[in-house]
Design a binder for this molecule. Structure first.
Ligand code: MN3
Length: 214
């Protein structure tokens, strides 16, 4: 695939974004040690492995991770799986850190609240349905709130797949890999999911929603 004419910024390598708050900011819901390992090691490794995969393909280095994943089937076969897994890991976590904050939680307001209401009923109904997607995702993966064909839907994906791979536009997501919760919650994924809602940065999610809707 050619990078020419796509308007992508010149980019030699992908970089690990800083966590927008200290490791302990999400305590007691998500512990500091988990945040440190999750951000520095897990996300860091996705970024490094993505860059490694692209080393031999300079033309692809100019593309954003979103552009790479949206056309994953055009990425050369010998690096396709590496780009899918590590590019997905990079994109997913970059969003994940931002939709959480110290003192988060509560409910969305404005346009986003209205859209959730008309798609799912009450906020509680939405939460129940989202939790179900997150709880029942077998093995490692993510639960998402996204636009698909112009409609607001809840989905889950395996591994690090982002819905962008099949034209979904996700703007809110929950990491249910064990590395996201095992130190504090061990096998109790539903407890982690319930606690996670207390970290949500709804104004960031509203911004993501507005951008995804465009
Ligand atoms: Mn993770």
């Amino acid at each position: 695939m050619s990078a020419s004419g796509q308007g992508a910024a010149h980019q030699m390598s992908h970089t690990l974004p800083n966590l927008p708050y200290p490791f302990d900011a999400l305590e007691p819901y998500i512990d500091a040690k988990t945040m440190e390992i999750h951000h520095d090691k897990h996300h860091g490794t996705y970024v490094n492995n993505l860059n490694k995969a692209l080393e031999s393909h300079p033309d692809l280095q100019r593309l954003t991770v979103e552009e790479l994943l949206a056309q994953i089937n055009k990425v050369p076969e010998n690096i396709r799986t590496a780009v899918r897994n590590n590019g997905g890991g990079h994109m997913n976590h970059t969003m994940f850190w931002k939709i959480m904050k110290k003192g988060g939680g509560g409910e969305p307001s404005g346009d986003l609240a209205g859209a959730i209401k008309s798609a799912f009923g009450t906020f509680a109904d939405f939460k129940t349905k989202f939790n179900q997607a997150a709880t029942t995702r077998f093995g490692s993966g993510w639960a998402w709130l996204l636009f698909r064909d112009g409609k607001l839907v809840i989905e889950s994906t395996a591994n690090q797949d982002n819905p962008i791979i099949d034209s979904g536009r996700a703007f809110f997501g929950l990491d249910v890999w064990e590395h996201a919760y095992y130190l504090k919650y061990q096998n109790r994924r539903p407890e982690y999911i319930e606690a996670w809602w207390n970290t949500i940065n709804w104004s960031q999610v509203a911004d993501n929603y507005a951008a995804a809707k465009r």
